[in-house]
Design a protein around this ligand. Structure first.
Ligand SMILES: Cc1cc2nc3c(=O)[nH]c(=O)nc-3n(C[C@H](O)[C@H](O)[C@H](O)COP(=O)(O)OP(=O)(O)OC[C@H]3O[C@@H](n4cnc5c(N)ncnc54)[C@H](O)[C@@H]3O)c2cc1C
Length: 252
């Protein structure tokens, strides 16, 4: 890495948060699109809830009667300390314990969460390409909504149905691309790579990728190896792994 690259690299500030476990109650349930269920939770425990980056995650704990609860990562889609509310969007798919819980959740049901333990706050980039599937849509939507004036964002989101498209209020200049493919194709990276071939990839563009782990890896490899995008301007995560429970791979 040369000096210019270092000088021009984005700064990622790591912020630690006090690790707390909170008990929440479901206060609203809305099917916002065919494959996305939005639950809003309320609790006095949320008075000091903090999430400093759009791709933060909390742990959801589900008691299955085993020795330890099942734990999965979810994005705080939005939160409001004064109103003591937290919103989480659940992508619906082959149901493991958390998705099954969300599908069955009713107003008044309780959920235990932990975290976020920390946030990776990205400083510097004014241009973004945000790439992901339904599980990444909460983080992508949040980044678009929280973007400052003067930011430009291209989003590439794969969904199973035209009706799964979402719209976001933003100060950024947004060029959103919705890649409609069947859910069975959620492990095929080609829909993303075909779309990326037509997109300019200018210097100092931060590329954020989250999808099924093999898909995220293939997109990352295409951008780094074929397009020469610097690793310092890219973050790729596997938000789930086909055929594997609790299959997050956050450091691709
Ligand atoms: C940092 C981070 C943030 C995340 N944020 C969100 C979020 O805000 N909303 C959200 O919906 N998800 C989010 N995810 C993904 C979510 O944690 C996983 O999809 C998780 O596996 C779901 O748990 P589960 O108990 O339903 O299934 P698991 O018990 O983990 O898995 C059961 C089966 O379902 C399959 N499976 C898991 N996810 C999918 C999928 N998306 N499509 C098809 N099959 C799947 C697995 O391969 C496995 O065979 C996030 C993941 C990470 C790492």
């Amino acid at each position: 890495m040369n000096e210019t690259t270092i000088a021009n690299s984005p700064v990622i500030e790591r912020v630690r948060h006090e690790l707390k476990r909170r008990k929440l109650t479901v206060v609203s349930r809305e099917q916002i699109s065919p494959s996305m269920l939005r639950l809003v939770f309320s609790s006095d425990d949320l008075a000091d809830f903090t999430s400093s980056a759009p791709d933060d995650h909390i742990k959801i704990f589900i008691d299955t009667g085993a020795d330890k609860p099942e734990m999965r990562d979810y994005t705080p889609r939005s939160y409001d300390n004064e109103a003591r509310r937290l919103t989480i969007d659940f992508a619906l798919h082959e149901a493991g314990p958390v998705t099954a819980w969300a599908i069955g959740a009713r107003i008044g049901d309780e959920l235990d969460i932990g975290g976020p333990r920390g946030s990776a706050v990205l400083k510097g980039p004014k241009r973004f390409i945000l790439i992901g599937d339904e599980t990444a849509l909460p983080a992508i939507g949040r980044r678009i909504e929280e973007a400052a004036d003067g930011t430009s964002i291209i989003s590439l989101v794969a969904v199973a149905d035209e009706k799964d498209r979402q719209s976001f209020g933003t100060k950024a200049a947004l060029d959103d691309h919705w890649l409609v493919r069947p859910e069975a194709a959620s492990t095929d990276p080609s829909v993303f790579i075909t779309a990326l071939r037509d997109l300019p990839l200018t210097a100092e563009t931060f590329v954020w990728i989250a999808a099924e782990a093999a898909v995220a890896r293939a997109i990352r490899n295409y951008l780094v190896e074929e397009r020469g995008h610097p690793l310092t301007w890219l973050k790729a995560s596997g938000y789930w792994t086909k055929g594997k429970a609790d299959g997050a791979d956050k450091a691709i």
